[in-house]
Design a protein around this ligand. Structure first.
Ligand code: C2O
Ligand code: CU
Length: 503
């Protein structure tokens, strides 16, 4: 039954620089950009919207002419987009018709612990033939606090938070990488009056862009080290796998290097890096006349205080950048490529915009966007430090926080509810660090001011090799146990995760 065994922990996996597709890659910029469908609620009452999602296997056409089996929310990749209003509860009932247990996490959601998608709170397959006791074989799976359900689970999201680009994805302990790679990810957008009052591009001029990389086998299926037994013999591959799984096909909203026809007006791009391990450095080619590809209006957790112009935007797994591009700066007929300055060959380009026609401009980017609650050092009750490093875990290489691989039963920090804390992270390599429940501000990077891309309310911050980053957060919302971890999914699955508990 699929990935029911602990394949990830065999010294067997491979990427090389990337995991190479065994099919000819399609010509780029031919497939129209899909936009995931917005899910209609099954019911609405005074303060809640109710949704139902079935997690199931499906076969879809990702590369033209090839059939690819996926795991999808509603059988699609990406899953349907949920759109919520700030302060209105979304209740999402997930039914698991997949052959493996699943866990759903709303990334960036301010969610009570019982609905946060804790890694051991499994939803077992609805199929009664699936054994009640998971046979993952991984001893640390033992978690007396886990709440395991069969077939379905209702996740309650109060969404007492500001407008932001959230996303939902699988979070099962030790198996997040393969599950998300197979397709378990979708957008959850939160809107509010503050943002709606701004004259930003909207309607079809607002595009959510989920960027991922994948590799394909000759039969069209996805290649992932633990899925593909042919990879177990590639020499020297264990080390490569440690970097995380990279593919050579770039998908946007599930389509390879797609093309979008746009009017010569401003557009809002809600960019989410949903890749397991790949970082991108995005820019437009050609750049607009002023050289600034993007005007950033928001970060992981919603609007910035003021807009910031960027020539390029680096984005690590799970980060979001809310960007306005003014296609009015280009003559009609221009082809504008969204490029990845960290890529080579097929991974150096992401998608294309074709400036197809004039359009009446109805938006602009105001000088003031949102208010940010200032948090400063003097408010911090505690400073904690965590190191994110690789090393030997038992007899094989793994990833750990403070040298300890993840255990659901160990709590590494107990912030008091409502306290402001500074967390200092140090790393050996790039690690995108994500905290559940809270948002934070970057206080310093490498002992200096935060970088130009660190602004705003964040929930994920990319550490760079040898560089310390300090973030400051108020730990409020709910009492309970939450995870923090590296969002390189393979690092996470190999143990680079820990718990904090708000008390
Ligand atoms: Cu996007 Cu703990 O995850
Ligand atoms: Cu990492």
């Amino acid at each position: 039954a699929g990935l029911a065994g602990p394949q990830l922990f065999r010294p067997a996996a491979a990427t090389g620089e990337l995991l190479t597709s065994q099919v000819p890659l399609p010509a780029p910029f031919r497939v129209p950009l899909p936009v995931p469908a917005v899910l209609a609620p099954v019911a609405r009452d005074a303060d809640a919207d109710r949704y139902e999602i079935v997690q199931r296997q499906a076969t879809v056409e990702i590369l033209p002419g090839l059939r690819t089996p996926i795991w999808g929310y509603q059988g699609t990749f990406p899953g349907p987009t949920i759109e919520s209003r700030s302060g209105r509860t979304a209740v999402v009932r997930h039914r698991n018709e997949l052959p493996v247990p699943t866990v759903v996490h709303l990334h960036g959601g301010r969610t009570p612990p019982e609905s946060d998608g804790y890694a051991t709170d499994l939803v077992l397959p609805a199929d009664a033939a699936y054994p009640t006791h998971s046979h993952s074989g991984h001893a640390s799976m033992h978690d007396p606090a886990a709440v395991i359900t069969r077939g379905e689970r209702e996740y309650v999201y109060p969404l007492r938070q500001r407008a932001s680009t959230l996303w939902y994805h699988d979070h099962r302990m030790d198996f997040t990488g393969p599950a998300v790679y197979r397709g378990l990810a979708g957008f959850h957008l939160v809107r509010d009056d503050e943002e709606d009052a701004l004259p930003l591009p909207h309607g079809e001029r607002e595009l959510p862009l989920l960027i991922t990389d994948r590799a394909f086998a000759a039969d069209g299926s996805l290649r992932y080290p633990s899925i593909d037994p042919s990879l177990t013999t590639v020499p020297g591959v264990e080390e490569a796998y440690l970097e995380g799984v990279l593919g050579d096909v770039i998908l946007v909203n599930g389509a390879p290097w797609p093309v979008a026809e746009v009017s010569a007006t401003r557009h809002r791009l809600r960019v989410l890096n949903g890749s397991n391990a790949r970082r991108y450095d995005l820019a437009l080619d050609p750049p607009p006349p002023d050289g600034r590809s993007f005007t950033q209006i928001g970060s992981d957790q919603g609007l910035l205080d003021v807009p910031r112009g960027h020539e390029h935007v680096p984005i690590a797994p799970a980060e979001r950048y809310d960007l306005v591009v003014d296609f009015g700066a280009y003559p009609v007929g221009t082809e504008v490529t969204l490029v990845n300055r960290l890529g080579t060959g097929s991974t150096a380009r992401v998608m294309r915009f074709r400036v197809a026609r004039r359009g009446a401009e109805d938006s602009h980017v105001p000088d003031r966007l949102g208010e940010l609650e200032p948090l400063d050092r003097a408010q911090a009750a505690v400073t904690r430090e965590f190191s994110f490093r690789g090393g030997l875990v038992g007899d094989r290489h793994g990833w750990a926080i403070d040298g300890r691989p993840y255990s659901p039963t160990r709590i590494d920090a107990r912030p008091r509810l409502g306290d402001v804390e500074i967390w200092r992270f140090v790393a050996d390599l790039h690690h995108p660090i994500h905290l559940h429940l809270v948002h934070f501000h970057v206080l310093s990077r490498g002992g200096r001011e935060p970088g130009p891309h660190d602004a705003g309310r964040k929930d994920t911050v990319d550490l760079r090799p040898g560089e310390a980053v300090e973030v400051i957060a108020r730990f409020d919302g709910y009492r309970g146990r939450y995870m923090f971890h590296c969002h390189n999914s393979e690092h996470e699955d190999m143990g680079m995760m820990a718990n904090f508990e708000t008390v």
